[in-house]
Design a protein around this ligand. Sequence first.
Ligand code: NBP
Length: 484
Amino acid sequence: MSTEQNLAQIGVVGLAVMGSNLARNFAHKGHTVAVYNRSTSKTDKLISDHGEEGNFIPSATIEEFVASLERPRRAIIMVQAGKATDAVIEQLADAMEPGDIIIDGGNALYTDTIRREKEISARGLHFVGAGISGGEEGALHGPAIMPGGPAESYEALGPLLESIAAKVDGTPCVTHIGPDGAGHFVKMVHNGIEYADMQVIGEAYHLLRYAAGMEPSEIADVFREWNSGDLDSYLVEITAEVLSQVDSETQRPLIDVIVDSAGQKGTGRWTVKAALDLGIATTGIGEAVFARALSGAQRQRAATCQALPSGAVETFDDLGIDKADFVEDVRRALYASKLVAYSQGFDEIKAGSEEHNWNVDPRDLAMIWRGGCIIRAQFLNRISEAYDHNPEVESLLLDPYFHQEMENLVDSWRRVVVAATRLGLPVPVFSSSLSYYDSLRAERLPAALIQGQRDFFGAHTYQRVDKPGRFHTLWSADRSEIEV
Ligand code: NBP
């Protein structure tokens, strides 16, 4: 522990799992770390369990904590998002001086971050909303960090964050994302992509298990193999671990004793709400969020699961597909659906950035998400290259590399969605992503009919393909067309 005369380069407020691990990470990198928690028991525990790992300055009050920081003071808040964060910001702002930096490292809603940045900057302080990904292990050993806020605060903060972030090929997984809420916005979309990524992995597992009849341990081996190719990623790696786990009480595969009702803390839902407001079709993320909601509708599922007619669903044998071919088709369907989810996520980030004038560079995100965070994956290198190649590309799917990949994937993807339909198995993200893909390919969409209907019942007018202007058909009169 440090003596009281020393000042800390960084402070952490909130010493639950994330905060204490982040504080230890800073200490491991040689920084003196001021630590404070509302209830002192957590501060005491951090110091008694880990005080020897580096230089910590524990405080029992916010005032003492602020006084233990060198200027400009830099304090990271790691408390529950919402009211708790507001309360801590207020206490810190009262105790700090102009030029000091308050960093919110929690999962704040980006609109809250925009509001807080306004309020705090009006008091002469800097406010940085920083998305931190990687869970507790990431916080301790190297997270991906997405800081927003004013660019100048990154000058004082960047080197500290770079020292604790994950590194890939020597590059730290952190960079300044953009002003005010930009960091928390991209962290939100990162989490949304995570929902879709987990769901497509879930759908692949479900098909291998309940279509092809494979055992969890066998499927774990399949995922291990997939992890050495295009799908190489943290989520595929841990999927193999979960599927090979055996429950010590029942000796059954653990997956079979876990209740199939998925929890959520809200960032996926926020991603979809923001996408709806921005008018961006994040169908993969949306279906993944709805799939979790439906999994949790236990009463409804109990009432419907035996009651609803299935129609003439077939068996895997009826399909006449070779099992090994099916496994490869599922891998390709998973990869294609995952590409769509990432492409949609990046579309949302682009739209959010334009809406708020954040100037977010998508290449930065692909680079910093390669390590530390939950969606870290080899193929983020490809996304980074795609944006290097053309930063303005209309859709990631148009990049020559991904275009070529889709060429290789799309037939398998269609076969898998058809097979799932014939077998009566749900694949909401596989199937909706394929529909999204076919919508992007379509020369004509049924939206023309929708415009006709809207004009019929509400005189909403329509545009014509052959001349400019807006038109209305006099539906309840002689059905002639007028220009409006
Ligand atoms: P929690 O989200 O469980 O929050 C617990 C902390 O908040 C404790 O330190 C608690 O202090 C403090 N707190 C509360 Br609750 N109300 C407070 C108040 N009014 N004033 C001061 N402190 C208050 O902790 P966590 O799981 O470590 O997560 C911290 C942040 O990081 C959250 O925003 C979370 O969303 C985000 N995050 C978490 C993960 C993850 O994997 N867990 C990953 C990425 C981001 P007390 O000890 O006195 O009750």
